[in-house]
Ligand binder design. Structure first.
Ligand SMILES: Nc1ncnc2c1ncn2[C@@H]1O[C@H](COP(=O)(O)OP(=O)(O)OP(=O)(O)O)[C@@H](O)[C@H]1O
Length: 577
């Protein structure tokens, strides 16, 4: 329960923990002084020797002790808060830095929902571990020893009995720990699994409604929730049972100490005041350990959460690259192999070449590996085999920063953020002025529409859900144009949008291709006919490459795809006519 690595990771909280323990100890000392003086007064009154001066002294000491305890309690709460704040800040910062180190390929190693849960809920669990459990842990060691030393001056046998009974509580805790650890690990797994499903279903709720699959998913989630409820009930039962055991030991131990004190009083080995002091302080021997016990479960939860946090923090980081994309940003891939899962190869030794300033297309049927190739070139998948060089520099040596500065990727799912059009555009170029923003909006034919709204201050909802699909893609393209990088990837950037938007976007892509290196992935072959070179992929292999004319005259795979698409499009046109 004392995780050295965890405490070391948040060393700033050590001083708050020490302060918390010191304040709790001062509060205990004040309590001992108050009980001591009251018991002494009672003994004097019993003997009839108490004077008004004794009464006054006792009242002053008792009031001072209460004030000290009050101040100490406030101080402890403050220390707990400062410690929790440090823990949250430091651990979340570490998780954030780790994600930055992992870079855009982080998804290869960990799921987004797990990161979110660990960073939010997991760190919250540790707040209690540092803010409450650890100070109580040290205080629970210090308090019985202090009381033992004080009571030794009153009467030794009851002090020994009380001290000996105290360790029975941690022994009981240790007994349930092995079982509890397994249970809590299962609890966390179930919790993250439920969180995963919930997040996914929430994101896909519209789709679920469209296909009336929400009832089915509801049942599925109910089943998962039921599993979570059961494991939660098991955890609660375990907690309640162990609290009962701790209570039995605490009250039993205090009772044993009291019986011993009374026996000593009857035997005349201790006076009335001393006996009363032992009776009143007996519970204080056990209260800290008992409180520690009730925080023990929260601490165990924190331990399980910290395992998850460290699993994330321990993920191997890609070597930090220092290389940058050279001015000659020609891209060359040779014998490129890639698999998401070991037994299923997606790219089977492909050769691709994208000379600087060229316009290259990659086509092929769905699932042949086009997007995977683009994603590797964008540095999102690093576990490829083969060679990729940008202007002669291996891709593996180029820093992510340089890559993202020089390569712009536009897909059919480009993310637009809640906020204004201006804010979204400035992501492409933070220094962009009004004129350049309107310029790119003109290029993508969105300016007129926005002038009719609030111009650059037009508010976008989350994922720009208040714009049409075509308008979203135009805006995403405008942002990409502002980014002004030497290389552009367009991955099905015009799929699922209206013909007019598709034509506008394709016109811009073709214009861009005159000055930049453009790599266009498209199902629609009519869009790629002007490319300098077309790579035709099938099942993870490049089966053909050349210009549109060369590929058509070869009369092979591309020609068959082209003829099939043309027949379909002509049929559609005739049907409309
Ligand atoms: N993250 C992933 N994990 C596992 N398999 C994946 C992943 N992404 C893609 N795949 C698999 O890799 C194969 C190639 O996918 P990819 O998206 O590269 O194809 P594509 O040619 O771009 O298809 P489309 O034209 O439909 O977008 C598919 O069989 C897909 O199932």
């Amino acid at each position: 329960m004392m995780n050295k690595r965890l405490i070391g990771a948040v060393s700033e909280s050590k001083k708050y923990i020490a302060g918390n323990v010191a304040l709790q100890w001062c509060s205990l000392a004040a309590n001992i002084a108050m009980i001591g003086v009251i018991c002494q007064l009672l003994e004097q009154m019993y003997r009839g020797s108490a004077g008004s001066k004794d009464l006054f002294t006792a009242v002053v000491i008792a009031i001072s002790a209460v004030v000290i305890q009050f101040v100490c309690n406030i101080g402890c709460a403050r220390m707990g808060y400062l410690s929790s704040r440090a823990v949250k800040k430091i651990l979340r910062e570490k998780i954030y830095q780790k994600l930055l180190q992992l870079g855009s390929a982080y998804k290869e190693q960990v799921q987004t929902s797990e990161v979110v849960q660990v960073a939010v809920e997991g760190v919250d669990q540790l707040e209690t571990y540092f803010g409450a459990y650890l100070p109580r842990f040290f205080y629970a060691m210090l308090a019985p020893l202090t009381l033992f030393l004080v009571l030794c001056f009153v009467n030794v046998p009851p002090a020994i009995v009380l001290l000996v009974c105290v360790p029975l509580i941690p022994i009981a805790i240790a007994a349930v720990q092995t079982w509890a650890k397994k249970l809590l690990s299962k609890y966390w797994n179930q919790y993250t699994a439920l969180g995963d499903t919930f997040l996914e279903n929430l994101q896909g709720l519209t789709t679920l409604k469209i296909y009336q699959a929400d009832a089915f998913k509801n049942r599925e989630m109910n089943a998962e929730s039921e599993k979570f409820r059961r494991i939660t009930m098991k955890v609660l039962t375990m907690q309640l049972n162990s609290i009962t055991i701790m209570d039995l030991i605490a009250y039993g131990g205090a009772a044993a100490g009291i019986v011993m004190a009374v026996t000593q009083f009857q035997a005349g080995h201790v006076g009335l005041g001393g006996c009363l002091a032992i009776i009143l302080l007996a519970a204080d021997f056990f209260i800290p350990m008992r409180q520690l016990g009730s925080f023990f479960h929260i601490a165990m939860n924190g331990m399980a959460a910290s395992d998850k946090i460290f699993r994330l923090l321990d993920l191997p980081e890609p070597e930090q690259k220092t290389g940058s994309v050279p001015d000659n940003c020609s891209i060359c891939c040779q014998n490129l192999h890639f698999s998401y899962e070991p037994e299923r190869e997606i790219l089977k030794g492909i050769d691709l070449s994208f000379p600087k300033g060229s316009f290259t297309a990659i086509v092929g049927e769905s699932g042949c590996g086009k997007s995977t190739a683009a994603s590797i070139l964008m540095g999102r998948n690093r576990s490829y085999v083969g060679s990729i060089a940008v202007g002669g520099v291996p891709l593996s040596e180029i820093s992510e920063e340089s890559l993202l500065k020089n390569f712009t990727y536009v897909s059919h799912q480009s993310y637009l953020f809640k906020g204004t059009v201006r804010e979204n555009l400035r992501m492409g170029c933070p220094d962009a002025g009004e004129d350049s923003m309107w310029n790119v909006l003109e290029q993508v034919n969105l300016a007129d529409f926005l002038r009719g709204e609030q111009g650059l201050d037009t508010q976008l909802a989350e994922k720009a859900s208040n714009l049409s699909g075509g308008q979203c893609q135009r805006l995403a393209l405008a942002r990409a144009l502002l980014h002004d990088s030497p290389v552009y990837f367009f991955d099905e950037a015009t799929s699922n949008i209206d013909v007019e938007s598709e034509n506008d976007i394709m016109t811009q892509i073709h214009t861009l291709a005159k000055t930049k290196t453009v790599i266009l992935i498209s199902h629609r072959l009519a869009n790629v006919a002007d490319a300098d070179r077309i790579y035709v992929m099938d099942s993870g292999r490049v089966v053909e490459n050349g210009t549109h004319e060369q590929l058509l005259s070869a009369g092979s795979y591309y020609a068959r795809l082209w003829n099939a698409q043309q027949a379909l499009e002509n049929y559609g046109r005739e049907a409309l006519a």
